[in-house]
Design a protein around this ligand. Structure first.
Ligand SMILES: [Mn+2]
Length: 384
């Protein structure tokens, strides 16, 4: 658990991760209730003395971060909320009806800031590079909500709830239930509140669907399905929502043509286990706004025989290189590969950013990283 709300000026704070506490042998149910109460109560405490809040997404918005921000916007009904993301919300995410509530103008007047879906400093570099924003964040109460396994490395002081879960929206749902931001009996609500809660539930649903690749990622548990069942009881209509989403996912013929180019560019290494593709700056400037090239190709590579690790590598004119990694259950160490480059993520999906490597050099480093990780794993299994 992070420190109390009074302790915001002492630098990064530590929390006890859920996994650690689970080791305490006590009645699981008693533990769950105490833990949830203490844990989620800290968020309510944070909200108490604040009227105007700004919710921040990192510079890689996705369905989960956007769902988290929009769900909170609906859940925190008595607060004045602004939504901020340093980059434009990509077109493929515009099936979230309220996406245009998110702006890239930083709100300097908020009483506090909530950062959703990341605790990695590198994903906030656009904010922190701006001296005015950085100053504001250093002097303001901040609360981080995240679900990643990578360690919290934020250099500014903050409180937070970071729990390993399939999605940040999953965490937000849990907080909303525990802290009564979602009512126990939705049927008793007046029409307006009912509609508001339902909208929050729809965004939570979209966020979880997005991060779990449609409820099939290895992080999904029976709890996740129970959560989703509750959303349906609260009025979420999955068929309608999915049709709405698919309408926005449709691609133009021009993008389909580009996808064919990308497919031709795929390179295979390690006997076909590793597949990489180079997304150049020309591609990014030509197509990124309309469709995320990573999504076009990574989904396809998941369906190629023998490919266990797929990496889309983007190169930028300023020397920046980013990698998006997806791996199968045979190679559950995407996060470790990303960490090799200073990035992070989950066992099956992760990302990194580095500088001053060419595409070829990045591939070379990737192969070294995979060798090193596998060698390490072999050594560990022999120790046992
Ligand atoms: Mn997420």
């Amino acid at each position: 658990m992070k420190t109390s709300s009074t302790n915001v000026a002492t630098g990064p704070t530590k929390y006890v991760p859920l996994k650690g506490i689970q080791k305490i042998r006590m009645g699981k149910e008693v533990y769950r209730i105490c833990y949830n109460y203490l844990m989620y109560n800290s968020f309510s405490d944070f909200l108490k003395d604040k009227q105007h809040l700004s919710i921040i997404q990192a510079e890689n918005p996705d369905g989960d971060s956007l769902g988290s921000a929009l769900a909170l916007d609906y859940l925190l009904k008595d607060k004045e909320i602004t939504l901020y993301c340093p980059v434009d919300i990509p077109k493929y995410l515009r099936y979230f009806d309220d996406w245009s509530r998110v702006t890239n103008e930083f709100d300097f007047n908020a009483d506090g800031y909530i950062i959703v879906d990341t605790a990695a400093e590198i994903l906030l570099s656009k904010l922190l590079d701006d001296a005015n924003i950085k100053n504001r964040l250093l002097r303001s109460p901040i609360f981080v909500l995240d679900h990643h396994e990578t360690e919290d490395d934020l250099s500014f002081s903050h409180q937070g709830l970071i729990q390993t879960l399939p999605a940040c929206c999953d965490l937000i749902y849990k907080i909303a239930i525990e802290q009564k931001l979602l009512s126990d009996n939705p049927d008793s609500l007046d029409e307006e509140d009912h509609a508001r809660e339902q909208k929050a539930c729809e965004y939570i649903y979209y966020g979880i669907m997005s991060d779990t690749l449609g409820m099939v990622s290895p992080t999904v548990s029976a709890d996740t399905y129970e959560l989703m069942a509750d959303l349906l009881r609260r009025g979420v209509k999955v068929a309608e929502l999915d049709e709405h989403r698919r309408d926005f996912m449709k691609k133009s013929p021009r993008i389909l043509d580009y996808k064919a180019d990308l497919i031709k560019r795929v390179q295979y290494y390690l006997d076909g286990k590793l597949a990489t593709v180079h997304i150049t700056w020309d591609d990014i400037s030509e197509y990124s706004d309309e469709y995320n090239p990573n999504i076009l190709i990574l989904e396809e590579l998941r369906m190629v025989e023998g490919v266990e690790i797929a990496v889309a590598i983007k190169t930028y004119p300023d020397g920046k290189v980013t990698g998006k990694i997806r791996s199968s259950s045979k190679c559950p160490y995407s996060d470790k590969i990303a960490e090799y480059f200073g990035g992070g993520g989950h066992p099956f999906a992760a990302g990194f950013r580095t500088y001053d490597l060419s595409y070829d050099e990045t591939v070379h480093e990737l192969i070294s990283a995979i060798y090193a990780i596998e060698k390490d794993q072999v050594a560990k299994s022999e120790e046992k």
